[in-house]
Design a protein around this ligand. Structure first.
Ligand code: ARG
Length: 571
């Protein structure tokens, strides 16, 4: 609709200048004044005349009436003055030329304005802690992060996805200690991360009874830090096992990372930043620890070094940001984590600013709310946390049951069940404003009715089914004509995709896209239920409707990509 607004604004400006020579507004000014009416009977866009009232020294309803009489615009079918508003209706010709043709021409690029060209954006997301469970809390960072990356890529940014693995820290001392005491290679090979987590859990249980284990763990970690051969080998093995398993989940989501440089990578990059902090006088000693005082900015101090001189989470993040700026020269660096880490990011972003790095304002933290699970219990062997892979597994199994009951002869049943099962979780999750806490209800996520992933995927499959039926029809042979309201309503919704992409990026909010997908699905299904498509007699009408179906498929497909939901041609 942006282009429509733009064209109407140009025509409106001519009209206003005709009404009064006092008008010094630009067409951009007018464009920003348009509103979307609450209800489509009040127009596709509306122009409120209240602000003009002072300039023109006339009451808004009179201005609206005057524009109604004088406006000449080829993209508008009619205008209507109501209570100081000018309601504006888009013409069918506009919809055909600027929406249908545009989708047909631009295809998988439709919706992108290319505004990211020449810019680099990096995304730090997912980043699980090795040897700790990859649980439902990581769903947010994984899918929000990936969706933001996809959105930026779509807009033309050069994007880098970074999995900042939690692959360093005292937990490795604990794990090595536990492995030395109770571990079995065979069991770990067989059980993967679960085996590691079990060792980790056992360590904590035993350490409750025998305090000396904690010292042992510290010693093992110190050995690792000093490059002890045996411990280094074990550490590498633990990381490898964990990564292998995370990759299964990433594959189900269609996610690939460009870099897996985790926390360990920055060990030798921290001393330089610590030295800079020291020499600049920013760092102070407080009770033995080294901190940067942030009281002036209403924040608790940022911890740089512990009393024993060891580095901390913020230290590593500062060093990593400097490295990434040097390596990628990013125009933005986006970090996606739970809202619980908001203070951490605010603190070290401030420290980077105080250090004089002029790119401090290119750092963006994108927080999200918590997830809880209602209804079905997804028990795991690791206690009360819910693992992501178990959540996906349950969803996939449930979809398989539905398919076996409703469409037992479907080809690639397993593939479809995985796409729909995983897609349902992703969609349900991304449907909400990211900052809201979510209560996950599997039954709702899996429903084929309502605003769900399965509903969206089913609608996509429906478009594919219709196009398959129409595959022998030369539907481009006739000029398109719009004959039903459902058709123009559908095109209007399709025209708003570009705006949805822009808003989603501006707000770092993938839910704009999920909600948009539902709008497209409802408009398409209304059209499908009220208009015959391949069976209608009139050739031009039939052809137009097939083209609308194809355009819908294109836009839905583009939108699915942006929220990491797979497309299903058949369900
Ligand atoms: N590994 C951390 C965790 O699971 C998240 C890391 C987020 N990224 C960062 N650069 N701090 O809590």
């Amino acid at each position: 609709m942006n282009k429509f607004k733009n064209l109407v604004a140009n025509d409106l400006l001519v009209c206003l200048k005709d009404i009064s020579s006092d008008i010094s507004l630009t067409s951009e000014d007018l464009m920003s004044m348009f509103e979307y009416p609450p209800d489509s009977s009040l127009g596709d866009i509306a122009f409120p005349c209240f602000k003009l009232s002072r300039i023109l020294r006339k009451a808004p309803p009179i201005i609206a009436k005057e524009i109604e009489e004088k406006l000449v615009s080829s993209v508008v079918s009619r205008v209507q003055a109501v209570n100081g508003y000018l309601n504006i209706f888009v013409s069918s010709d506009y919809l055909i030329e600027n929406v249908l043709y545009k989708i047909e021409n631009e295809k998988e690029k439709y919706g992108s304005d290319g505004s990211g060209k020449g810019k680099t954006a990096i995304f730090d997301y997912s980043s699980p802690n090795v040897a700790k469970p990859f649980h439902i809390g990581h769903l947010g960072t994984t899918v929000i992060g990936h969706s933001l990356k996809k959105l930026h890529e779509f807009q033309g940014y050069n994007c880098v996805g970074i999995n900042y693995l939690g692959d360093w820290g005292t937990q490795f001392g604990k794990l090595i200690t536990a492995y030395n005491m109770w571990g079995s290679d065979e069991e770990i090979e067989r059980e993967g991360v679960d085996g590691l987590v079990a060792l980790y859990v056992k360590f904590h249980q035993e350490a409750e009874l025998d305090e000396s284990l904690n010292q042992k763990a510290r010693d093992e970690f110190t050995k690792l830090e000093h490059g002890d051969e045996k411990n280094t080998k074990l550490w590498k093995w633990f990381v490898e096992i964990s990564l292998k398993e995370y990759q299964k989940t990433y594959k189900q989501l269609g996610i690939e990372f460009d870099s897996y440089k985790g926390e360990s990578f920055y060990t030798d990059k921290m001393p330089k930043q610590v030295e800079l902090l020291r020499s600049s006088g920013l760092m102070k000693i407080d009770d033995g620890a080294s901190i940067v005082d942030l009281s002036e900015y209403n924040m608790p101090p940022c911890l740089i070094l512990k009393r024993d001189g060891s580095t901390l989470y913020p230290t590593r993040d500062i060093a990593a940001a400097v490295y990434r700026k040097e390596t990628y020269n990013f125009d933005k660096a986006v970090y996606v984590t739970s809202a619980g880490q908001s203070l951490h990011f605010a603190q070290w972003f401030k420290v980077v600013e105080l250090m004089g790095y002029d790119w401090y304002d290119k750092l963006v933290h994108v927080p999200y709310g918590t997830v809880s699970i209602n209804g079905e219990k997804l028990a795991t062997r690791t206690g009360n946390v819910i693992l992501l892979k178990d959540l996906f597994k349950t969803a996939i199994e449930k979809v398989s049951e539905i398919i076996n009951e409703k469409n037992p002869n479907l080809e690639n049943k397993d593939e479809v069940a995985e796409a729909v099962g995983v897609g349902s979780v992703v969609f349900y999750y991304l449907y909400n404003n990211r900052i809201k806490d979510i209560n996950f209800v599997m039954k709702d996520a899996l429903s084929f009715e309502g605003n769900t992933g399965p509903y969206a995927q089913y609608t996509y499959a429906r478009t594919c089914g219709i196009l398959d039926k129409a595959k022998d029809i030369d539907y481009l042979a006739t000029a398109p004509i719009i004959t039903a309201d459902e058709e123009s309503e559908l095109l209007k919704v399709l025209s708003k995709f570009g705006e949805a992409v822009k808003d989603a990026i501006k707000e770092y909010e993938p839910s704009v896209i999920t909600r948009y997908i539902i709008d497209v699905c409802s408009a398409f299904n209304k059209f499908y239920h009220n208009c015959q498509i391949t069976t209608v007699n009139d050739e031009a009408i039939r052809n137009t409707r097939i083209r609308l179906t194809s355009a819908t498929k294109e836009v839905l497909g583009n939108a699915f990509e942006l929220i990491c939901m797979k497309k299903t041609e058949k369900i």
